[in-house]
Design a protein around this ligand. Sequence first.
Ligand SMILES: Cc1ncc(COP(=O)(O)O)c(C=O)c1O
Length: 285
Amino acid sequence: MATIYLNGEYLADDQPCISPLDRGFIFGDGIYEVIPVYNDHLFRLDEHLQRLDNSLANVSITTSLSHQDWRGLLEELISRNDGGDQSVYLQVTRGVAARDHAFPSDIKPTIFAMSNPLKPVAAEVHEHGVSAVSMEDIRWKYCHIKAIALLPNILLRQQALDAGAVEAILIRDGEVTEGAASNLFIVRDGVIITPPKGPLLLPGITRDLVLELAQQAGIPCREAGITADELKHADEVWLTSSTKEILPVTRLDDQAVGNGRPGPLWQRLIKLYQDYKRHYNGQET
Ligand SMILES: Cc1ncc(COP(=O)(O)O)c(C=O)c1O
């Protein structure tokens, strides 16, 4: 049985313990993070905690937890779940109160975390790539906040799955924003391009790392708008996220991307990414 963390306690995951009046349950009034763990080590924790702070500030939720407190409680959770490679999910909601849209005064946030085994991306995904479909970005205009209210993302992802694809690539006003649960990169004429940060997309931790690794390796990259047409004619298309890392998209809207195989710049970046992971925290696995 897995162990979860809830409001200062470590509990078995089948112990019922969240009030139905929690505003996370009633309104989706909360934010979250997902942090990969490799070989017991939280990957890019500082960056995730910085984004957590930004999400909390954007929705006016405050907790008394410092970054050091978060590290301590998450490390304890990982160890209670047998360590290794895991995916930590943490969620902070505004807390429990009588149902009313207005922020209640004097409310204590609900702090929850769980950790699940992190499944490695299947070798065949890296060999053949994945399919994606483009769809209208029907989400709200504060997509930089990692909000738990994910109904549009869920509907979009399900539509993609129903169409036989693994991800929806979202287009707003003719420009690509990101995937339903990932950031997007294209390659055109040897240059890596990803949409700039702003309120219409989540500032992905993996996105930043990919840019960092490309820059260090001297590979040209740019943060710039990508039109739906540029997406369609890209030489390579990638999706990035903490649990999927860098996925090559080899079919988009039922057409091959480039030559229909994971491209040469993806091959370089995934190698740089794996090397970085191996050296993170000085571990060599
Ligand atoms: C909408 C959205 N964009 C981008 C990402 C990728 O972010 P990260 O690389 O921090 O996992 C996610 C991850 O869940 C997401 O939900």
